[in-house]
Design a protein around this ligand. Structure first.
Ligand SMILES: Nc1ncnc2c1ncn2[C@@H]1O[C@H](COP(=O)(O)OP(=O)(O)OP(=O)(O)O)[C@@H](O)[C@H]1O
Ligand SMILES: [Mg+2]
Length: 277
């Protein structure tokens, strides 16, 4: 674990203090951790006729272009860049939410676009995702939201009690113990983000893909979440995270992939925000 972050944590234990012990009891990365490879990937957002009119005849918006990227098992990757640079597009291509218009996204040797039709649930287990837009089901309580995810990753012969225990455990991990009966509207934006992180972690995925998860959180919460992420990464989980939190990127010194206008402008191991070589 990063020494500077550790020293920060001892100075400022935060709301998640003590939960890392619980983290150890989750079997992180139980499904194996594939290498992600993007070969010459391009994604456009095509406009329909009405949208074309609205955008002065423009036929498409460029999402990302000519992306070559390999993310090995256990990597911790920050994806940075200004607003509109293509971070969310890149993450959505990695998780299969979007399909490339050109190029291929592979998990080990398998083309992701060919995996999706037969294995929606399998993908959900492989990738723990927090999308940029909020995605909790509003009519359900926090516990019910997490149970939906737990069901998707239900283990062989797993009882309902065992799934409920996973819900309780993972809520504790993100410092939201006791929030199980709340509805999303009864929580702050930051609390909802933490529940979404819990949902991403509940099936111990080998790959975590997080889009701006620290937006709307205070410093103490951000540190707690980074510590949790470093712990799961230390246990072998790949973490891919789009963020604008430059201060934390600079302290943690992990791999930094910088996007500019949809292209990779820099890819630096132990990098800082803005490093391109
Ligand atoms: N659904 C869409 N339809 C049309 N264009 C889109 C769509 N989604 C994204 N884009 C465009 O694709 C480009 C990349 O967007 P993307 O959301 O990936 O950027 P980002 O780096 O995640 O930005 P932010 O930091 O604001 O979240 C932008 O020019 C954006 O306008
Ligand atoms: Mg985005």
């Amino acid at each position: 674990m990063n020494i500077r972050a550790e020293s920060k944590s001892s100075a400022c234990p935060g709301r998640l203090a003590g939960t890392l012990t619980a983290c150890r009891s989750l079997t992180i990365g139980a499904q194996g951790m594939p290498t992600i490879t993007l070969d010459n990937v391009t994604k456009y957002y095509k406009y329909n006729r009405k949208q074309r009119k609205e955008h002065g005849g423009k036929r498409f918006e460029m999402g990302v272009q000519d992306i070559d990227l390999t993310i090995k098992q256990g990597d911790f990757v920050f994806v940075v860049g200004s607003s509109g640079a293509g971070k969310s597009t890149l993450l959505d291509l990695i998780t299969g939410r979007l399909r490339p218009d050109r190029g291929t996204v592979r998990l080990d040797q398998r083309d992701l676009s060919k995996l999706i039709p037969w294995s929606h649930n399998r993908m959900a287990i492989l990738f723990g995702k927090v999308q940029q837009e909020h995605s909790l089901i509003r009519k359900m309580t926090v516990a019910e939201n997490l149970m939906v995810a737990a069901q998707v990753g239900r283990r062989r012969f797993e009882s309902r009690e065992s799934m409920e225990q996973r819900v309780v455990k993972v809520l504790g991990l993100v410092g939201m113990q006791g929030a199980g009966l709340k509805h999303p509207v009864e929580m702050s934006v930051g609390e909802c983000r933490r529940v979404e992180l819990a949902r991403a972690l509940i099936n111990s995925p080998p790959i975590l893909v997080l889009d701006e998860i620290t937006a709307n959180l205070d410093d103490e919460n951000i540190w707690d979440i980074f510590q949790l992420l470093m712990e799961v990464n230390h246990r072998g989980t790949t973490v891919i995270m789009a963020t604008h939190a430059s201060r934390y990127v600079n302290i943690l010194r992990r791999r930094v992939v910088t996007l500019v206008d949809g292209r990779i402008f820099g890819d630096v191991r132990k990098g800082k925000y803005g490093d391109v070589v």
